[in-house]
Design a protein. Structure first.
Length: 370
């Protein structure tokens, strides 16, 4: 929208099925490549045999990106997540002599970085990057690796676009699913399945509620067989709409179609981790249930329990059940919570600043390389 030309090099077309977002109809195709955005996919059918065999994601991504950089005379390589994208980006930097920005997840700096077999490669790639976009809490870790402070950019705070995530968005049409019960509250979980996500406790709490409700799961990743077994064990299958992963532009309407969204993550192994989905839920004005753990890590004291969010200890499944029952019996309760959440969202989100700081990062990198 600001006129920058962005080329996305991805292996999305050949990613494992449990992680793939499903497109439906022309609307998704129209949103796939908006103005000034061009998506380049690796070829899922080009997988030459070699021994020992493995999908050559690194090589395919790097080769395609080198081609794209040269063909379109691109100026900057912006790579996000160490495996496989930052490593592939380093190869592209090496052959095209374009500066590389390195971005990472919390799990990159904990779970992956602790790997004895990968640590040295990560360290060398990090030191070779022209700029690292990170959180202030990670600066010292990078300095101790030998990264110069002037190569660390810590001014980017992720923010929600409150014009896209808005109470005025049209709700997602759930009536197309045979499991959906009209005029019935919808409890929604969005994200990967995992035992630290609060989804197991959510199922247990819901299994004790006899009132009618819809359970909407927008979920994928490993463990889908376990998820379905848990739904069957708790006799929740008849109440459940299981969408799988969807494109990001559908998330606002899914949140809007929900009575409440549950994000009850607990005992999460990555320090400082806070997903953006709760803030997106607040921006839409939908009721949000947070775990105590996430509530403690919220980015603003303006977010208050039982005012703009609902807070629960997911391990206390009886209290969890009572909260869900109150929402199911009185959906208007979460409407009030959601309206307050939207007002707080308008105060704490600054998407223009987020864009400005990303542009600032690119300008600084161009100046340093000129």
């Amino acid at each position: 929208m600001r006129g920058h030309e962005v080329h996305v090099v991805t292996n999305a077309l050949e990613v494992e099925g449990e992680y793939r977002e499903c497109f439906r109809g022309n609307e998704d195709l129209d949103n796939y490549q908006p103005k000034n955005v061009f998506v380049h996919n690796t070829d899922p059918f080009d997988n030459p045999q070699f021994i020992p065999y493995g999908k050559p994601y690194f090589a395919k991504l790097a080769s395609l990106a080198i081609e794209v950089v040269r063909e379109y005379n691109l100026e900057i390589i912006d790579s996000w997540y160490l495996l496989p994208y930052v490593i592939s980006g380093f190869l592209v930097k090496s052959f095209t002599h374009r500066p590389q920005i390195l971005r990472h997840a919390g799990s990159d700096m904990s779970r992956l970085f602790s790997s004895r077999n990968l640590n040295l490669l990560f360290r060398e790639t990090i030191k070779a990057a022209d700029m690292i976009a990170t959180s202030p809490r990670n600066i010292q870790q990078f300095v101790e690796m030998g990264v110069l402070k002037e190569k660390i950019f810590s001014k980017i705070e992720t923010s929600v676009d409150t014009e896209i995530f808005s109470p005025t968005i049209t709700p997602y049409d759930l009536s197309m699913y045979r499991e959906y019960k009209q005029n019935t509250p919808t409890i929604t979980y969005i994200g990967k399945f995992g035992f630290t996500k609060g989804i197991v406790e959510l199922f247990e709490a819901l299994s004790k509620i006899k009132k009618p409700y819809n359970l909407l799961l927008v979920s994928g990743g490993e463990g889908q067989d376990i998820l379905k077994q848990l739904l069957s064990y708790h006799d929740l299958s008849k109440n459940t709409i299981l969408l799988g992963f969807v494109p990001p532009w559908k998330i606002p309407s899914i949140i809007k179609a929900s009575t409440c969204v549950v994000h009850a993550e607990h005992n999460f192994p990555v320090l400082g981790h806070f997903p953006i989905l709760p803030y997106e839920t607040m921006a839409v004005g939908t009721g949000l249930i947070l775990s105590e753990e996430l509530y403690r890590k919220r980015k603003s004291d303006k977010i208050k329990r039982n005012d703009s969010v609902l807070v629960v200890d997911p391990k206390d499944t009886d209290t969890f059940r009572r909260l869900l029952l109150r929402i199911i019996e009185n959906p208007g309760y979460t409407l009030k919570i959601g309206k307050k959440a939207r007002k707080i969202s308008e105060q704490i989100e600054d998407f223009d600043e987020y864009l400005f700081q990303n542009e600032n990062l690119y300008k600084l990198l161009k100046i340093s390389k000129s």
